[in-house]
Design a protein. Structure first.
Length: 98
């Protein structure tokens, strides 16, 4: 793969950033960058992993925030219905707010 992406430490605040293995934990890194990163972080991630790997990781993620699903949908040009996390949310609707 290319040189390591230059991602902000704030994205990985809860893990040891210096020991993060970008290749073994690729799905975790991609999901976290799309959830908490900015535009430059997303570009770095796409450059490092390639669009196919990024698309695969996002489409198969168990959980992404709604905003992230819509962003990822626009970036990888796939409808939100193709995302696994979107389908799982449709199967488990939230309680009705009184």
């Amino acid at each position: 793969m290319n040189n390591k992406p230059q991602l902000h430490r704030r994205i990985f605040w809860d893990v040891d950033f210096d020991k993060l293995d970008y290749d073994k934990r690729a799905n975790f890194v991609i999901e976290r960058v799309f959830d908490r990163g900015d535009v430059d972080d997303i570009r770095q991630c796409r450059r490092y992993y390639g669009d196919e790997k990024v698309s695969d990781a996002l489409l198969n993620a168990k959980f992404l925030m709604y905003d992230t699903i819509y962003l990822a949908s626009a970036v990888i040009n796939k409808p939100i219905e193709d995302f696994r996390c979107y389908k799982l949310r449709q199967l488990n609707p939230e309680l009705y707010p009184y």
